[in-house]
Design a protein around this ligand. Structure first.
Ligand SMILES: Cc1ncc(COP(=O)(O)O)c(C=O)c1O
Length: 393
C-alpha cells in the first residue's frame, strides 16, 4: 500500500487531505512524491517561518541530535535557559517564560496562570474569562472553551465553565462583558483562523483600560501572528498596548513542537513548583532550534524585509483585477483575501497550479508563506493565484 492507502486504513479520519504526499522542500517550495513542486503560501499553517532546508537549522539539529534529546523539567538545561533569556530580552513587557509543546497548551497555561493570579490576590469568585467572537485559541478542553465555533465545541460539551464572549473590535460589547468577576481577557491581536481580522488600536487600548479597571489580566494569543509574521517580532508591538501574558507557539522552532507563555514578574510570582508542568516542554533539542529561529527573526533587517515583502504582496493582490476579491486584509506576511465565494475550491485548484493555499473560515484565503519568501516568488504566487481564481470564479 502507498502512504495514502496506509493512512486511509490506519489513521483516525480527523483530517481531509488532498491526494498529495509531500516528500521534500527547499526555501519556500515543497515537493511531492511525483516530483511536483508547490510554492508554499501555507508554511504548515504559519509555522515554517524560515522555510525548508535552512542550513543553520539543519546544522543545529545535527549537533543537538547527537546529544540527549530529553532531560525532563526535573533538571536544568542550557538551550532552554538561553532561549528564555533571549525571549525576555526582546519582549519589553515580559520578565519570565514558561514553555509548552503547542499553541493550545500555551492557552491552557495562560488561563491557569490567570486563575491562580486572581485567586491569590483577590480570593474566590474571580474566575471568569472573556474571549471574543471569531477567536481561535486551540482544541484542548480549556482552549476550546474560549474558541466560539459551534462545530468545534458541540461534540465535546460540557467545556470549561466561566467563559464569556464579547464581539471582537466592539468596545461596548467588551465593556458589558468585563466586570470584577473576570480574571482574564484573551484575544489574538490579529485573528487568524477567524479570517485574518486585525484588532483596532482603540479596541486594544480599551481592553487594557478595562482590564486595569477590573483587576483582570490581558492575554495576547500570538500563536499565529507572533514571531515576525506581521513584520515586528510580536504583532502587539505595532499597537503600543502591552499584555500581562503572551502565548506563542507555531513558528518558534520552525516546525518542531513548542509553546511558550511570556509573563510579567507579577504573574510569575504566583506560580510555584508543582503548580503547572509538562514532561517534554523546554527540551534541549527543540529549544536549540528555537534559539536559531529567535536570533534570525529578531534581527531588525529580517523584520524590515518581512514588512517590505508583505507590503509588496498586499499591493500586488490589491491590484489583481478579479471580481471575486472583495478585500485584502492583514499585516506583514499574514494576509487574508476576502472572496465573495467559498475559498475551498480555490485551495483545491491551487494544487494543479503548483500553489499551496489555505482558507480561514469559509470565504477567506489565508496567505501565510514562509517569511523568507522573495519578491520574485511573490510574483509567481500572484500569477498562479490569479489563474486559480479565474478557474474557480
Ligand atoms: C491563535 C492561535 N492560538 C492557538 C492555536 C492552537 O495551536 P496548536 O494547534 O499548536 O495547538 C492556534 C492554531 O492554529 C492559533 O492560531
Amino acid at each position: 500500500m502507498n502512504p495514502i492507502e496506509l493512512e486511509q486504513k490506519y489513521l483516525v479520519h480527523a483530517y481531509n487531505r488532498p491526494p498529495i504526499v509531500l516528500t521534500d522542500g527547499q526555501g519556500a517550495w515543497l515537493e511531492d512524491a511525483d516530483g511536483n513542486r508547490y510554492l508554499d503560501l501555507v508554511a504548515g499553517i504559519a509555522v515554517s517561518a524560515l522555510g525548508y532546508g535552512d542550513a543553520a537549522i539543519a546544522q543545529t539539529i545535527c549537533e543537538a541530535g547527537k546529544k540527549p534529546l530529553h532531560y525532563s523539567n526535573l533538571y536544568h538545561n542550557e538551550p532552554m535557559a538561553r532561549l528564555a533569556a533571549k525571549l525576555v530580552e526582546i519582549t519589553p513587557f515580559a520578565d519570565r517564560v514558561h514553555f509548552q509543546n503547542s499553541g493550545t497548551e500555551s492557552t491552557e497555561a495562560a488561563m491557569k496562570f490567570a486563575r491562580k493570579f486572581a485567586r491569590t490576590h483577590f480570593g474566590e469568585g474571580k474566575t471568569n474569562i472573556v474571549a471574543f467572537t471569531g477567536a481561535f485559541h486551540g482544541r484542548t478542553m480549556g482552549a476550546l472553551a474560549v474558541t466560539p465555533r459551534e462545530k468545534y465545541q458541540k461534540p465535546y460539551l460540557p467545556l470549561m465553565p466561566g467563559v464569556r464572549f464579547a464581539a471582537f473590535n466592539d468596545i461596548e460589547s467588551a465593556t458589558a462583558a468585563i466586570d470584577d468577576s473576570v480574571c482574564a481577557v484573551i484575544l489574538e491581536p490579529i485573528q487568524g483562523e477567524g479570517g485574518i481580522h486585525p484588532a483596532e488600536e482603540a479596541f486594544l487600548v480599551a481592553l487594557r483600560e478595562l482590564t486595569h479597571q477590573h483587576n483582570a489580566l490581558l492575554i495576547f494569543d500570538e500563536v499565529q501572528c507572533g514571531v515576525g509574521r506581521t513584520g515586528s517580532f510580536w504583532a502587539h508591538e505595532q499597537y503600543g498596548v502591552l499584555p500581562d501574558i503572551l502565548c506563542s507557539a507555531k513558528p518558534l522552532a520552525n516546525g518542531l513542537p513548542i509553546g511558550a507563555v511570556l509573563v510579567t514578574e507579577r504573574v510569575a510570582d504566583v506560580i510555584h513548583p508543582g503548580d503547572h508542568g509538562t514532561t517534554f516542554a523546554g527540551g534541549p533539542f527543540v529549544t536549540s532550534v528555537a534559539n536559531v529561529v529567535v536570533d534570525r527573526i529578531s534581527d531588525p533587517a529580517f523584520l524590515q524585509r518581512v514588512r517590505e515583502t508583505g507590503a509588496y504582496f498586499k499591493e500586488r493582490l490589491e491590484s489583481l483585477d478579479n471580481p471575486h476579491i472583495q478585500e485584502v486584509r492583514g499585516r506583514g506576511l499574514m494576509l487574508g483575501v476576502q472572496l465573495d465565494m467559498p475559498a475551498a475550491p480555490a485551495v483545491q485548484a491551487g494544487y494543479k497550479h503548483g500553489l499551496l493555499l489555505l482558507n480561514a473560515g469559509a470565504d477567506v484565503l489565508r496567505l501565510v508563506p514562509p517569511l523568507i519568501i522573495s519578491k520574485d516568488e511573490i510574483d509567481i504566487a500572484v500569477e498562479r493565484l490569479a489563474a486559480v481564481l479565474v478557474e474557480v470564479g
